[in-house]
Design a protein around this ligand. Structure first.
Ligand code: ADP
Ligand code: MG
Length: 616
């Protein structure tokens, strides 16, 4: 097993300890554990269902109700009943611009900040809401096992970015769970199917996941126990809800009802929607559906006609994913079906047709992700063996850029081994040296993060600012050793440093750094915005002066004077340290200089062309 970098708990986990696996879904969530070598999902008290609707209701006294009971309250108290909180994780109001009107509840508009949901006079973050669902799952399993649980593995979609993963981890922490790993849903599903064992020949797997309101396709390559996501694609508004809707529309068309009636009578609309979902589920195993009062019917044949275009959309997305992965269909060894909506026979048929092989649905499609999470948890607990234990970077790694900003190169939770690079340039004409300082942590300013080392890339040949192309590359090998390499591409000047000391960080220290990064997030964001504006302004001032010098021939005296004045204004604004003033001064300067720059460019092109003609 690879040496465990920095913090990893896995070595410290006690053998008998129970670590749970959680599928925190948009529509439904589940909890699972491995018992006697087999993953099992934990059912409700009544032993009926393992799925917990991912819905949180706050009643008038602010009592919190989660799951099936909350779902029942969705039609009567939409403004107090929050569903799909997962869609809001790690998002700002701006990110959700097109989406907020679709929700039944209120979202707070605070630019730049992470979204909050307003219920009565209270505000709830998506992290809080997810934490309520996690608490519910934790309580459920504690009751069944009759012991306290404190550690978990939680799954997230493969496309989740670092902010969304971090939000998920924080939700776990709030629910009283130490989140040992965040793993990708398709990876979990593949684990549940037993793929990814050590020493297995390499294999390419397509994981087709059609849930309640989202569709994801991921193409994974499993090689010697390492899961590589070759491509991922999807639609965050395509899923089971769409099938319910086509049935609803079909019934409305057939009856005397109008869309207008449904808009005015919300509870009628809700009850027809529920009937439609029942019909859909019924038709997965039967040929005809009729509502109890016999007012609505639909046959399997009719339903297939209506749902075909929806499934076709998912197939088109699969095509893109296969293309992005740079594969031929014949390169794909396995197709597995995940998500409740893949229970529809039409889905299985169309997916199998497209991939040219029978899609695998041997395991319960709405339980596989939770089962995979439980298997990963059991691997961490040291029970399940035969799989490689993948390590991840627990904190982000990056370098200092202008103004003391942290520029992340390898985000936290990246798989180890891992490598990533980014290009930089110089900020001063003729700069011959570049200091590369390496930091670890989540804060926006390096001064709050932990310094791991630094080196100087020297002998950069003199070039104007912005021309050198300096690539900084981070490589973490399987033993968790970080190598940082910087290279000036035009001259191939190169320097490298190996850092091993980063692994001295203690669990407490890491916890504190994470808590700090949350606590200071707002202040950091402001400081970062100011620094970014200042940096941008400085480079504009620099190019402004250069522009005047280079274009004396085409600028009138007034234009030059005005440019100098505006550049001075901008310099003052930078000294003033007010982001808005800097941005305003930049805008004024920009508006004034844009036509001049265009004129200069045309002039220079003409010069160049005529010069070329002469030369020929
Ligand atoms: P998510 O991953 O988005 O949380 P799930 O994987 O639990 O969601 O899928 C929920 C969706 O699956 C719902 O739209 C539900 O109606 C649908 N579903 C569940 N069972 C069936 C079935 N037998 N036939 C068709 N759709 C089903
Ligand atoms: Mg799911």
């Amino acid at each position: 097993m690879a040496k465990i970098p920095i913090n990893m708990k896995s070595g410290e986990v006690e053998k008998s300890e129970v670590i749970i696996g959680i599928d925190l879904g948009t529509t439904n969530s589940l909890v699972s554990i491995v018992e006697d070598g087999k993953a099992r999902v934990i059912k409700d008290d009544d032993g009926q269902t393992a799925l917990v609707p991912s819905i949180v209701h706050f009643n008038e006294e602010n009592k919190i109700i989660v799951g099936h009971l909350a779902k029942k309250l969705l039609s009567t108290h939409p403004e107090r009943t929050i569903y799909s909180a997962k869609r809001l994780m790690g998002k700002s109001y701006k990110d959700l611009a097109n989406y907020t009107s679709l929700l039944g509840y209120e979202i707070i508009d605070e630019e730049d900040k992470l979204v909050k949901v307003k219920v009565g006079q209270e505000f709830h973050t998506p992290v809080n809401l997810s934490a309520e669902i996690l608490k519910y799952l934790k309580a459920r399993i504690e009751k069944v096992l009759n012991k306290n649980i404190s550690k978990a593995v939680i799954t997230v979609p493969a496309y989740f970015n670092d902010a969304q993963r971090q939000a998920t981890r924080d939700a776990g922490k709030l629910a009283g769970l130490e989140v040992l790993r965040i793993i990708n849903e398709p990876t979990a599903a593949s684990l549940a199917y037993g793929f990814g064992k050590k020493e297995e020949p390499s294999k390419t797997i397509a994981v087709y996941d059609l849930g309640g309101g989202t569709f994801d396709i991921s193409i994974l390559k499993l090689d010697n126990g390492v899961f590589d996501v070759l491509s991922t694609n999807g639609d965050t508004f395509l899923g089971g809800d769409d099938f319910d809707r086509v049935i609803m529309d079909h019934w409305v068309n057939q009856s005397q009802l109008s869309t207008e009636d449904l808009n005015t009578n919300k509870s009628l609309a809700q009850s027809i929607r529920l009937q439609a979902e029942m019909a859909k589920v019924h038709l997965s195993d039967n040929d005809i559906f009729e509502s109890k009062d016999r007012s609505f019917q639909i046959s399997k044949e009719e339903f297939h006609q209506l749902s075909k275009p929806i499934v076709e959309k998912t197939i088109d997305i699969c095509k893109s994913a296969v293309k992005d992965a740079e594969l031929e269909l014949s390169d794909i060894d396995e197709v597995i079906l995940v998500g409740g909506s893949t229970r529809m026979p039409l889905v299985k048929k169309m997916v199998s047709n497209y991939f040219g092989k029978t899609a695998n649905d041997a395991l319960n499609p709405d339980e596989v992700v939770a089962q995979g999470a439980a298997i990963q948890a059991d691997i961490l607990a040291g029970n399940t063996t035969g799989y490689l234990l993948l390590d991840v970077t627990p904190l982000s790694l990056g370098i200092e850029t202008m103004g003391g900003l942290m520029d992340v190169i390898i985000p936290r939770n990246s798989k180890v081994p891992s490598s990533a690079g980014r290009s930089y340039t110089t900020s001063v004409d003729g700069q011959s040296k570049l200091k590369v300082s390496i930091f670890q942590g989540e804060r926006d300013l390096v001064e709050h993060n932990r310094k791991l080392g630094e080196f100087v890339l020297s002998n950069i040949p003199p070039m104007p600012a912005g021309i050198p192309k300096i690539e900084v590359h981070f490589i973490i090998d399987a033993d968790g050793i970080l190598k940082v390499r910087a290279m000036e591409k035009r001259s191939e000047t190169q320097t490298e440093i190996t850092i091993t000391s980063q692994y001295g960080i203690s669990e407490e220290e890491m916890g504190r750094m994470l808590v700090d990064s949350l606590k200071h997030a707002e202040q950091d964001m402001k400081t970062k915005a100011l620094l970014e504006a200042q940096n941008e302004a400085k480079s504009i001032i620099h190019s402004g002066h250069k522009f005047i010098k280079q274009n004396e021939a085409i600028l009138s005296q007034e234009e030059t004077n005005e440019l100098i004045t505006l550049i001075n204004d901008l310099e003052h604004a930078v000294k003033d340290k007010t982001k808005d003033n800097i941005q305003l001064a930049m805008k004024i300067l920009n508006d004034f200089s844009a036509p001049l720059a265009e004129r200069a460019m045309n002039y220079n092109i003409k010069q160049a062309l005529s010069g070329k003609k002469v030369g020929e």
